[in-house]
Design a protein around this ligand. Structure first.
Ligand SMILES: *[C@@H]1O[C@H](CO)[C@@H](O)[C@H](O)[C@H]1NC(C)=O
Ligand SMILES: *[C@@H]1O[C@H](CO)[C@@H](O)[C@H](O)[C@H]1NC(C)=O
Length: 347
């Protein structure tokens, strides 16, 4: 009797530890929990967010945190690693930058993928440099013998999303975990690499969800090469899809999950499996981005799931916090109706 009880508990734990068929699907509940962790990376102490996100029974413990100088505009590249022996999971969280959004936009606009990333394709040298400086912490944690079979979540917002997008395929490339043991959820991630990198990434990291919010400007940067064979329909904003064969310029990896609305509970989202692959023109890359007026685009970048991500994290993920609303109401609402008024493919 007793031994069958133990066997039963063991099975439960093992079942928890292995990402399964459900993980091929986007799970918003899980994404909301990971957003809390991504927000917590902006805080000096992730513990209050962890306590508000997980039950004590899940026993999510801060294993390590790191902060190293990144060379681009003098920002640190920072993050932390959480482990749960109960769930047999490790979660690697990267922080976004503290630089003003405007400076960031100027910097990222000019970045092109130019650095080889372990034979996986070209990536941006700034993101690669940030990856190199933080990799040791990830490698150390994932190499601890006790955790060797633990599944790994990788997450982050903004620059943190870019670092997650490099860390995850590196984990598989270096044999620290197999593809089915890794799951990535990022928020407002820029384009980290080129088309070759995108293809390799999709093979190495099949459970990967790149959440984007309305006209968040950062996922548009650095620019992709436009598909010049496309003729914008009369009356459109002149927006052009990415060229699905050019290896110049940035190109996203999969799989985008686009929220055209305000991301509050129950907001519709789109699973962006349309063409061009990973740059689905009916998702965030559809609306044209005006880099001269990024007020709304920057607000959408900082706000995910109804919270201002850096402030929410610094405030310990307190659900009673309130945040400034968007600069204009009509912009977002008209975007929702323009998308959902004419298209059926949404969840
Ligand atoms: C979605 O994620 C939540 C939180 O991790 C989990 O409890 C739930 O079982 C997941 N749903 C599916 C369908 O996997
Ligand atoms: C979010 O959008 C919905 C409609 O799509 C609206 O009813 C709701 O008031 C909005 N919430 C906020 C906080 O703007």
């Amino acid at each position: 009797m007793l031994s069958s009880f133990f066997l039963f508990s063991l099975l439960i734990v093992v079942a928890h530890a292995i990402f399964g068929p459900d993980d091929t699907q986007y799970n918003e509940t899980e994404a909301r929990m990971l957003l809390n962790l991504a927000a917590a990376a902006y805080s000096l102490d992730a513990t209050p967010c962890l306590q508000r996100t997980f039950t004590p029974a899940e026993n999510q413990i801060l294993l390590s945190s790191f902060s190293v100088k990144c060379d681009f505009v003098g920002n640190p590249c920072a993050g932390y690693i959480v482990v749960s022996d109960v769930l047999q999971q490790i979660t690697v969280v990267f922080r976004g930058t503290k630089t003003s959004s405007q400076l960031l936009l100027e910097g990222w606009t000019t970045l092109k993928p130019s650095a080889d990333f372990y034979g996986m394709g070209l990536v941006n040298s700034y993101f690669r440099s940030g990856h190199e400086k933080t990799w040791q912490y990830v490698q150390d944690a994932l190499s601890i013998p006790q955790y060797q079979n633990y599944d790994v979540y990788v997450t982050g917002h903004s620059l943190g999303g870019a670092l997650a997008g490099l860390c995850a395929p590196r984990i598989v490339h270096d044999g620290l975990r197999q593809s089915h043991q890794i799951k990535v959820v990022t928020f407002g991630e820029p384009r980290v690499g080129n088309l070759d990198f995108s293809h390799t990434y999709d093979q190495l990291v099949p459970y990967s969800f790149r959440v984007t919010h309305a006209i968040d400007v950062v996922p548009h940067l650095p620019a992709c090469v436009k598909d010049l064979s496309y003729t914008p329909p009369v009356g459109s904003d002149g927006s052009m899809p990415c060229d699905p064969v050019s290896t110049n310029g940035g190109y996203h990896h999969g799989l985008e999950i686009w929220y055209p609305g305000n991301m509050t509970q129950g907001s519709p989202y789109m699973v962006c499996t349309g063409l061009p692959r990973d740059e689905d023109f009916s998702c965030s890359n559809g609306p044209k981005v005006n880099l001269d007026d990024t007020t709304q685009g920057v607000w959408d970048h900082r706000n995910y799931f109804g919270v201002e991500v850096p402030d929410f994290g610094k405030g310990g993920c307190d659900p009673s916090m309130t945040f400034k609303g968007p600069p204009t109401k009509t912009g977002v609402l008209s975007l929702v109706s323009s998308v959902f008024g004419r298209r059926k493919r949404f969840v």
